[in-house]
Write a protein that binds this ligand. Structure first.
Ligand SMILES: NC(=O)c1ccc[n+]([C@@H]2O[C@H](COP(=O)([O-])OP(=O)(O)OC[C@H]3O[C@@H](n4cnc5c(N)ncnc54)[C@H](OP(=O)(O)O)[C@@H]3O)[C@@H](O)[C@H]2O)c1
Length: 314
């Protein structure tokens, strides 16, 4: 079996590399991790990606690449759609035509964040900004490419607030906490921080594990247990880092909650990013994976503590 992983230099791509390199799969012949230099997903010559796929003929495609600059996307819509909508469409069409499996990732930003409850996969999408619109278009393209191939498998994992080896909210907060004595952080936008490592372990289980042949294709919400807001996440990150010996100017008590309206950004964000994971849990039970994925049920805050503790203290 040949596996292609797009997005090798991103947070999730690196987590897949770590996960796949530490998991022995007898059926895997080759894994290729693909970065921008190997195949530019924004290349206006769309045959570029098609030709790349044909030259490698993967049986499994993992697309961890994306245009993720949420604010910049407001002024780079064409680029965001090329990477987040057109490229996944080409991957999905290739997969559908060649009996390959596709694992793709999407975002809480496909929802408008109205209401208080956790959104389910069947809730109406209504993205607020260009990034969310481009990711929604990518989801639709993947679903549509597989629509007339019910025997083939794909999964779109919608996730939120990802942190891993790369730039993310937690790292930004800790950098600022080293520089400033006080931080002001939004406390009225709710969601679930998700470890890239956790997501990669889940993704590998779904499309490459022993039960992958039984995977029911579709969209799944994939976030850990629990919920918080940005203020709660910042407080936990700073507290854990201070306990781990990081020299910070901000103490947890010096983080002040503010409403999102006090911190306007170019792209509007959903106020409610909670994602219901019942469908995924059912699928994991169906695949017999609940007990095989060691971190499946670990709550978000435990995972954040582990992540912060392994960051360099200086
Ligand atoms: N980060 C979050 O908070 C978050 C939240 C919800 C959902 N998601 C979704 O989760 C997935 C993984 O996100 P992430 O946090 O791992 O993102 P990331 O760290 O920004 O990584 C994205 C990767 O995509 C690559 N890429 C961008 N444009 C490309 C192009 N034109 N050609 C080839 N590669 C290109 C980037 O390459 P370079 O390294 O060369 O720039 C980067 O390595 C994405 O589908 C994202 O939409 C993320």
């Amino acid at each position: 079996m040949n596996i292609l992983v797009f997005g090798k230099d991103g947070q999730l791509g690196k987590a897949f590399a770590e996960q796949l390199q530490s998991t022995p799969f007898s059926q895997i012949n080759t894994i290729r991790f693909v970065g921008r230099a190997d195949c530019d997903l924004a290349n206006p010559n769309y045959l570029h990606l098609q030709t790349f796929l044909e030259s490698y003929h993967p049986q499994v495609i993992i697309n961890a690449a994306a245009y993720t600059a949420v604010d910049k996307a407001e002024s780079e819509a064409e680029l965001a759609f090329a990477i987040n909508a057109v490229a996944p469409e080409i991957m999905a069409k290739y997969a559908a035509a060649n009996n390959a499996t596709l694992l793709h990732f999407s975002t809480d930003y496909v929802f408008d964040g109205s209401g208080q409850r956790a959104c389910t996969e069947s809730d109406q999408t209504n993205p607020l900004g260009v990034y969310g619109k481009s990711k929604e278009a990518g989801e639709k393209a993947v679903v549509s490419a597989f629509a007339s191939h019910p025997q083939l498998q794909y999964a779109i994992l919608r996730t939120s607030w990802v942190y891993g080896d790369g730039g993310n909210f937690i790292r930004t907060i800790l950098r600022l906490a080293k520089e400033r004595s006080e931080l002001r952080i939004i406390d009225d936008q709710f969601g679930v921080p998700t470890s890239a490592q956790w997501l990669a372990e889940l993704g590998v289980g779904l499309v490459l594990g022993s039960a992958a042949q039984k995977l029911n294709s579709g969209i799944y919400h994939a976030v850990p247990r629990g919920e918080t807001n940005w203020f709660g996440l910042a407080c936990l990150a700073v507290k854990t880092a201070a306990e781990a010996g990081m020299q910070l100017k901000t103490s947890p008590g010096a983080i002040k909650p503010i409403p999102a309206s006090d911190y306007p950004l170019p792209a509007p964000r959903p106020m409610n990013s909670r994602l219901a994971t019942g469908k995924l849990e059912q699928e994991l039970k169906h695949l017999g994976l609940v007990s095989k994925l060691p971190h499946w049920n670990t709550p978000w805050d435990e995972q954040v503590r582990v992540y912060v503790k392994q960051l360099p203290v200086d």
